[in-house]
Structures are given as C-alpha cells and as structure tokens.
Design a protein around this ligand. Structure first.
Ligand SMILES: Cc1cc2nc3c(=O)[nH]c(=O)nc-3n(C[C@H](O)[C@H](O)[C@H](O)COP(=O)(O)OP(=O)(O)OC[C@H]3O[C@@H](n4cnc5c(N)ncnc54)[C@H](O)[C@@H]3O)c2cc1C
Length: 488
C-alpha cells in the first residue's frame, strides 16, 4: 500500500478509536510482524487496538468500504501463523478488550471479552468453586479470542473436550460489518450450528468481540502421578492400556528423553533419573471414583514397565510434575537455538509405532526431534531442532517436520490437533483433503466473507473464488451468479 494511502487510512481510523490506538510507525509495527511461529514475518500496514465492540465494528466497516484486508490478533501466541498480518492490511488487536463481564454461577457461565487471558477466567471463577477447563500450556498469556479461533486444546481436554465444547455463545463482528450473536447461555439454539463453524475457523469468519463460556465445578479430588519408563514404547503401551481399560484420566501427557533433558535444564523438575520417557497422569472427580481408578492407572503403568512411580502428595509436588511438562516448549531453547513446534494427531493405539518411525526419521537425517505431547488423545508435538546459522539445517528440519505430518495422515490422523492450519500448514491441506472437500469448506467461508478480506491467505492453499478457493470449479458458482463474489 503506498505511504499516502496508509496515512489516509490511519487518519480515517484514528477518530473511531481511543487516542493512541492506531500504530503506523514502521518500527512499532514490526512488533506485530509474527505470532509464535517466528519464521513467518509480514509487517502490517497498520495496527489498531479497539477497546469495544463498536470500535471493532467501525474498523471493520472502514476496511470493507476501502477493500482493505484485515487480520484479528489476540496475544500472538499462535503457532501456525494464524495472526500473521497482511502487508497491505490492518491488524486488529483485540488484546485490550479485557473485561470479564459476568461470572454467572447459577447458569455456570462466564461472559468475557476476547482479550481476556485464559487463566484469568479460572482465577475469577475459582473463589466460587468453579473453573474454565480448556488449558493450553500458554494459558497464562493466550487470549480467549485466540482460543476460540484456534479451537484450542490443552492437557485436560482429554476428559473435558476442546474449546468448542466450552463455548456456548459468541458476539461477532461479521466480515460485512454487522454485529451478530451466535448462541448464548443456553446449551443449544435452533437452526444451523454457525457457532460450531465459527469456533476453530482461525479468524476467517469474523472477529469475536464477546464470548460466553461454560464453567465447570472444581473437582472434589485431584490425584497426579509421574511414571518413569525406559522408553516411549513402554510409555505408549501404558497409555493404551489405561484408556482401553475404560479409565478416562483428566490428562495423560508424555515426554521423551530429549524433552526431559530440556525441561531439567530449564526448570529442574526432578523427573526420574535415566527415564527414556515419562508420563504425567492426572485423575479428578469424586474421591471414591478417583481412588478406585488411580489404583488401576498405577497397575497399568507398572505392568507396562514403569520403573518409578511417584504420586504427588500435595499441590506443590503436583505443580512440580506439571512444571516440567508445561515449560517444555520454551525449555527446548536450552538445548537448541531454533526449533519447529509440530502439531499432528494419530489414533493413540498407533503411538508406539509412530514414535518409532519419528525416531528413525531423526536418526536417518541427523535432525534431533524431542517429543512432548498430549498422549491421551494422540496429539503429538514433535519439536524439530535445528540451528539456522548452519546452512541447510532449517530446510532439513522443515523436511522432517513435513514427513512427520505424512506419518500422521498415513496412520489415519490429522495435520493439526490444536494449533491450527494458519499460514504454516496450508500446503498440507491437499494431502488430507480432496479438491471437493476444500471447495466445500471454502463455500462456507465465502458465505460469511464474499470479498475475502477477513484473514485472507490462511488455511486454504490456492487462491481462487473469493480469493481463496482452490481446485477446478464446475459451472457458475451460486455466489458469482448472485453477483456477490468473483471467480477468477
Ligand atoms: C509455549 C506455548 C504453548 C502452547 N500450548 C498450547 C496448547 O497446549 N494447546 C493449544 O491449543 N495451543 C497452544 N499454544 C498455541 C496458542 O497459545 C493457542 O493457539 C492460542 O489459542 C492462541 O491465542 P492468542 O490469543 O495468542 O491468539 P493469536 O496468536 O493472537 O491468534 C490466533 C488466531 O486467532 C485469531 N484471533 C485472535 N483473536 C481473535 C478474535 N478476537 N476474533 C477472531 N479471531 C481471532 C487470529 O486471527 C489467529 O488466526 C501454545 C503456544 C505457545 C507459545
């Protein structure tokens, strides 16, 4: 966008927002050039910070009127480049919309702004004996708006489900600048499940400006164990045994030797010495049920080779077990200057086999891979290590990273479990979906956003209809016929 046009846009947006809520200085804009996937970088033309729904709507309306692309951003912790800006566009940061409007205990709901930090919902609900279940490892900083867009998961989503299971309503500024309510405090509303489509749409169907969340009663008892195994084969077999026995733990997390090494270096979590893999297993619920199932979990760990099992005696020890796991992504920085956080899913019965294949890929290529992941639901997070300053290493790491996703698909899994497709994994979408699948998905997108201005260039690989639809299109598209979209 020419500098004059950027200035004109800034002049139009400034009066619609609070003082200082438009950034146009090049240096300041660079702060927003990437999310947690730092090797994708684009400097936006402008960054704006709406504080209210009305301000957000006003910004979207100007963008639509001027044909300017825009991208929503929460805390910027996304790991797939979902909040990657558009070079000729406006980055709409909702992180300053931070009000918790209601903690409605009788209805077990919270109504919050999109910029509210995930953990703050639980902090606010805890005094009432309630909490918000989805707990991404980034929960101390990531925003509810980002969680909704990514349908984020976390360690406890095995038992309680992902964000989509905990959002009952959203207020949204649609891509045509209207404010609509999808759902509310009730568990269901008649008609098409547009809220279901919106959650996990990675910010491509509009901007969330208020979210109604389900609150859960805090469990009576929580029991956590840490089990050390010789390797991931044994640990994987223990996971399969636990779940096959009908036990649904709140969380089952696995780390392999390299991930343990990194966590020890960073946070001294004191995991069992010599372990080739550890499991953190947590059970919660009524005391009698937890006592019974916890005994079964210990037995399955022992039967599958656990050489050390520790049970957290109090909240401090539980926190230490979790500290190693929750800090593992960042901790890998201690053992490698650069790394890719991969996110793929496999059926959990394939855990041992796929981990063996990842290990073979790693030793064949010489690229180190640390594994730390949600083992209970087969959501792998291989951390592919490299050093960007050594020629060819980044490319080799990308290759291994892609080969791991191929393994996931081959085993009937998925190219993403919780981090989203964003800008990072668009190229893998055709490996998992047919052209018809992709076109059908994009028809939904076009129905929300005919001009394709809302977070364009994400999720889908080849631009076409509404600037997004890949693949060959047969006949005249209904939206083109109706004169609301162009096919090119
Ligand atoms: C150390 C670390 C650990 C992590 N652990 C987990 C984990 O355990 N589980 C997990 O699922 N993820 C995890 N993540 C990824 C990330 O934290 C989540 O995807 C999170 O939901 C992103 O929230 P955010 O506020 O940072 O969103 P951003 O990164 O700012 O944006 C993410 C997406 O949401 C869209 N968006 C943001 N706000 C809005 C809005 N108001 N309306 C519409 N769209 C919007 C953006 O356009 C973008 O597509 C982790 C990340 C890090 C860095």
């Amino acid at each position: 966008m020419p500098p004059g046009a950027v200035q004109a846009l800034a002049d139009r947006l400034g009066p619609l927002l609070d003082p200082g809520a438009v950034l146009s200085d090049r240096q300041q804009l660079r702060t927003y050039e990437c999310d947690g996937l730092a090797h994708f970088r684009v400097t936006p033309a402008l960054v704006v910070f709406p504080r209210t729904t009305a301000q957000c709507q006003a910004v979207v309306r100007v963008c639509v009127a001027e044909g300017v692309p825009y991208v929503a951003r929460g805390s910027g912790t996304g790991l797939s480049g979902g909040a990657l800006p558009h070079a000729d566009g406006v980055l709409i940061v909702t992180a300053q919309m931070r009000t918790i409007h209601e903690i409605d205990i009788p209805n077990q709901r919270a109504v919050v702004d999109p910029g509210v930090v995930n953990l703050d919902v639980t902090r606010e609900a805890m005094p009432h004996g309630y909490y918000y279940a989805p707990d991404p490892s980034s929960q101390q900083i990531c925003s509810i708006g980002g969680n909704v867009a990514e349908n984020s998961g976390g360690a406890h989503c095995l038992k309680y489900g992902f964000t989509v299971n905990h959002v009952t309503g959203c207020e949204v500024v649609t891509p045509d600048g209207e404010i609509v309510e999808m759902g509310g405090k009730a568990v269901d509303s008649p008609g098409y499940d547009l809220l279901g489509a919106f959650v996990g749409a990675e910010g491509t169907l509009g901007i969330t400006t208020k979210v109604t969340l389900r609150l859960l009663r805090a469990p009576e008892v929580v029991q956590t164990l840490l089990a050390g195994f010789a390797g991931t084969d044994d640990a994987g077999a223990a996971v399969t045994a636990i779940i096959s026995a009908g036990v649904v733990p709140a969380a089952v997390e696995m780390m392999d030797a390299l991930a343990i090494e990194a966590a020890e270096a960073a946070v001294q979590c004191d995991y069992p010495e010599g372990a080739g893999a550890v499991l953190v297993v947590e059970l919660d619920g009524p005391a009698a049920e937890v006592e019974h199932t916890f005994a079964a979990v210990r037995r399955h760990c022992r039967d599958n080779g656990a050489f050390e099992i520790r049970v957290a005696v109090d909240a401090a020890e539980r926190a230490l077990f979790w500290k190693g796991r929750k800090s593992a992504f960042a901790a890998v920085g201690r053992i490698s200057p650069d790394y890719i956080v991969q996110d793929g899913v496999i059926p959990r019965t394939a855990l041992s086999e796929v981990l063996r294949r990842i290990s073979a890929l790693s030793s064949d290529s010489g690229v180190r891979v640390a594994n730390v992941f949600h083992a209970g639901d087969g959501n792998l997070h291989p951390l592919v290590l490299f050093d960007e300053t050594i020629e060819g290493q980044a490319e080799r790491a990308e290759e291994i990273s892609g080969a791991i996703l191929d393994l996931c698909i081959e085993h009937g899994g998925s190219i993403t479990g919780e981090h989203g497709v964003g800008a990072d994994k668009m190229i893998y979408m055709p490996r998992m979906f047919t052209d018809d699948d992709l076109v059908t998905m994009q028809l939904l997108r076009c129905a929300f956003d005919p001009p394709g201005l809302c977070n364009p260039g994400k999720i889908f690989p080849t631009p076409r209809l509404c600037g997004e639809v890949p693949g060959r299109h047969k006949g005249t598209h209904p939206l083109a016929e109706a004169g609301v979209a162009d096919v090119f």
